[in-house]
Design a protein around this ligand. Structure first.
Ligand code: DAH
Length: 360
């Protein structure tokens, strides 16, 4: 018994001081291996008398169990310490810049849409969207473009095949203006939204593609005037082109869904190739269609035009991207040429934000 206690104390002491897995393994082999002290001790049970065995059997087995438990407890402790050391050594600094080159890039059109959303969000506008396959009523009728209206022909519409006698006719939306209708019908004023997205017209040459991108803006509230429109557009143009000063020209125009309608020209400096203020601008660039939302459009959406007024505007996103980033060929936008995308694309980690200065 005394021998067993002594042996147990010795082995437990060795386990205690083993500071690495291989040292612990050596202790295990010395005790429980083929020639180990405990293994040899257990073998002696075979040569004992039943009485001796009755006393020593439980003692030897108890010794083996105690040592086995101590070995596995120590092994778990050593494993955990090793894991913690590894985790500490492998700590990653998540604030470090991304290792470049990162694969893929953000298309200039997507970049510009993100910039526009950021600029207008700062002015309290939400982003709205609508379907690209649109019905005749939302795309035309509700926007004060009735069946026989010449504006329908102006739009070079793609019609979607349906039953010839079907009541609802579908088109690929020819502009983002139907999102105005969906928004006014879907939520109560006051409304402040922009709606960027794809539009389609049966038109194709160096400056026209059958699919292109527009952004629509809509404000509906009480007491809204052209002055609000002017301030909004000025603020947007300055932020988007990153200039301090800009001069706008409102030219009377015609759109069925606005009254009065204006086309907005931006004073442009051919020296800086950017919009500029009154002193610096040496030419006009047409950038937007806009106007006060026609009372008939407001009424078509179930709102009372005597109570609610607003302004709307619409422009081409592709053209804005070309102007801002000096791109000359619209068709290259949609070729999917990897070299072009690598050259003109933006890093996905370089998100536009007003506060970071990327868009202001
Ligand atoms: N929907 C017009 C187009 O595609 C652009 C436009 C003009 C939108 C005037 C408007 C607006 O919201 O007020 O040519």
């Amino acid at each position: 018994m005394t021998d067993t206690s002594q042996l147990q104390a010795d082995i437990l002491a060795q386990i205690d001081v083993a500071s690495a897995p291989d040292a612990l393994e050596a202790v295990r082999v010395a005790a429980m291996g083929k020639q180990g002290s405990i293994t040899l001790l257990l073998k002696t049970l075979g040569g004992m008398s039943p009485e001796e065995r009755a006393v020593n059997g439980p003692a030897f087995n108890g010794l083996r169990e105690t040592v086995t438990a101590a070995l596995s407890a120590k092994k778990a402790a050593l494993d955990e310490a090793a894991l913690n050391a590894k985790l500490a050594a492998e700590t990653q600094d998540m604030t470090l810049p991304v290792a470049l080159p990162a694969t893929g890039s953000v298309h200039p059109v997507s970049q510009v849409m993100d910039e526009l959303a950021e600029i207008f969000a700062d002015m309290g506008f939400a982003v709205a969207s609508g379907p690209e396959i649109e019905d005749d009523w939302h795309n035309f009728t509700a926007l004060n473009i009735p069946e026989s209206h010449p504006a329908r022909a102006m739009h070079d519409t793609f019609y979607v095949d349906g039953k010839p006698d079907a009541e609802t006719k579908y088109v690929l939306r020819t502009h983002t203006s139907p999102v105005q209708i969906r928004t006014m019908m879907g939520q109560k004023p006051p409304i402040r939204i922009i709606a960027p997205g794809r539009v389609y017209r049966s038109d194709s040459d160096a400056t026209h593609t059958p699919m292109f991108h527009q952004i629509e803006g809509l404000v509906i509230d009480k007491g809204i005037t052209l002055a609000h429109l002017r301030w909004t557009l000025e603020t947007f143009i300055k932020a988007f082109f990153e200039v301090d000063d800009v001069v706008l020209r409102f030219r009377p125009s015609y759109f069925p869904f606005t009254e009065p309608s204006v086309e907005v020209d931006v004073g442009y400096s051919s020296k800086t190739n950017k919009p500029a203020g009154a002193g610096q601008a040496d030419k006009w660039l047409e950038v937007l269609g806009s106007g006060m939302v026609h009372p008939r459009v407001i009424a078509a959406c179930g709102l009372d035009p005597d109570e609610w007024q607003g302004f709307a505007f619409g422009t081409g996103v592709d053209r804005l991207a070309m102007l801002k980033y000096g791109l000359t060929d619209l068709r290259a936008f949609f070729d999917g040429d990897i070299k072009w995308l690598k050259h003109h694309g933006f890093s996905a980690f370089d998100l536009p934000s007003i506060s970071a200065g990327a868009v202001l």
